[in-house]
Write a protein that binds this ligand. Structure first.
Ligand code: ADP
Ligand code: GN1
Ligand code: MG
Length: 367
């Protein structure tokens, strides 16, 4: 997605009912998909109020209207369950009453109330932080367990369909659009050796061992806001991919990002490993947040979810690298490859710690 000029952002912000004069506008956050800006508004009373203005990435989401409609439905549903204020994401209406604004160049913008007094972390500062994020994502899933699923659009088709992702990867290798295939033989072999694993969750689903639920599907630590002072979880954000999915994948994607001892794009792979203390903290938080809604077999498959999401994410980074970096935001040419390598190293660590992960989740079944 191209970077927006400040004029474009300000013009879009002026279309929303922010009730004052815009006095600040800065690029914000470390998300890989949307264009996020922090907008500061001075109200006639003299107080300043902050908002998040985002341009939805139209190269990623084929229908931004669907994204906005899903978020409206989900946040209203949570609202009715008593989640208000900083406990739920709140969309601000544009001057025409709609929850989004399309500019003349075809970009779709939306605005949220900024969740004040909160932090979103790229790395847990303690196991308690990670426990809290697990609780928030578990609670989110529990709260949506009675959400009418037919109201949800599939904003990104087959988002966590790992076998289909594998086919897309093979296709990217065959096409070699960016001429990079010859530079990554080890990474290609790594994936080919794990082709069969890609189907284990779909198999479990077909055999009736793993239900589809309404899930978040992008459970990175920085998609949860924690209270700055108490460090308790406030709310789950980045609701663009709320769709039917497997609980174990919501668990797994969070482990992939948050229980890695290194950053997602660390170049020094010796720093990458699976932190079992963080794994356990998240397991406890997630299962407590889910409040008993997961079945025993589902809990047993949590480690598969962790490995699946890590392998899939590495595969997505590699596919994007092979296609010439068209999906994820990148800061330099090898960025997607560095990200892919950390994910594959983490998969290896998970394979080494397989029985530690299995024993850990088993303990919570017995509790
Ligand atoms: P992306 O899809 O690109 O990851 P996000 O919706 O996650 O976009 O937003 C990027 C970052 O912006 C988040 O990780 C968070 O730090 C910040 N952010 C987003 N929405 C809010 C909000 N309502 N209040 C405070 N911070 C927010
Ligand atoms: C993207 O939007 P963000 O940065 O929270 C991506 C996730 C990946 C993640 C990898 C819609 O998440 O699926 O796991 O990057 N989101 C989308 O960091 O593709
Ligand atoms: Mg995000």
């Amino acid at each position: 997605m191209q970077t927006l000029s400040i004029e474009q952002v300000l013009r879009a912000a002026a279309q929303f009912d922010l009730g004052g004069i815009i006095v600040g506008c800065n690029v914000y956050g470390s998300g890989h998909i949307n264009g996020t800006n922090l907008i500061t508004v001075k109200k006639p009373t003299g107080e300043t109020v902050r908002y998040i203005l985002q341009v939805i990435n139209g190269d990623v989401f084929p229908n931004p209207e669907w994204v906005v409609e899903n978020i409206a439905e989900v946040t209203e549903f949570l609202h009715k369950k008593g989640f208000t204020g900083r406990r739920v994401l709140n969309m601000v209406r544009a001057r025409d009453g709609k929850l989004r604004y399309w500019d003349a160049s075809g970009l779709c913008f939306r605005v949220y109330d900024f969740i004040e007094g909160s932090v979103s972390l790229d790395k847990a500062e303690s196991p308690e932080d990670f426990y809290q994020s697990g609780f928030a994502f578990g609670e989110f899933q529990r709260n949506l367990s009675d959400f009418p699923v037919d109201k949800l659009h599939e904003t990104l088709a087959d988002f966590h369909n790992t076998p289909k992702r594998f086919e897309a990867f093979l296709d990217a290798v065959a096409q070699d659009r960016a001429g990079r295939v010859r530079t990554v033989p080890k990474e290609i072999d790594f994936l080919r050796e794990r082709m069969e694993f890609c189907s284990v969750l779909y198999k479990a689903h077909e055999e009736g061992r793993l239900p589809l639920r309404v899930t978040h599907n992008d459970t990175k630590l920085n998609n949860v806001m924690l209270d700055e002072k108490t460090r308790k979880a406030l709310c789950v954000i980045d609701l663009d991919t709320v769709m039917p999915g497997f609980s174990v994948n919501d668990f797994g994607d969070a482990i992939r990002f948050g229980a890695n001892t290194a950053a997602e794009d660390e170049k020094d792979l010796s720093k990458v490993s699976l932190d079992m203390e963080l794994f356990e903290a998240y397991t406890k938080g997630f299962l407590e947040g889910c409040g008993g809604m997961l079945g025993e077999e589902e809990i047993r498959l949590l480690p598969e979810g962790a490995k699946m999401m890590t392998l899939e994410c590495g595969m997505r980074f590699l596919t994007d690298y092979l296609q010439g970096d068209t999906y994820f935001k990148t800061a330099y040419p090898e960025h997607n490859l560095d990200r892919c390598r950390t994910q594959f190293k983490l998969v290896e660590c998970m394979e080494e710690h397989w029985w530690d992960m299995k024993n850990c989740v088993e303990k919570y079944i017995r509790k």
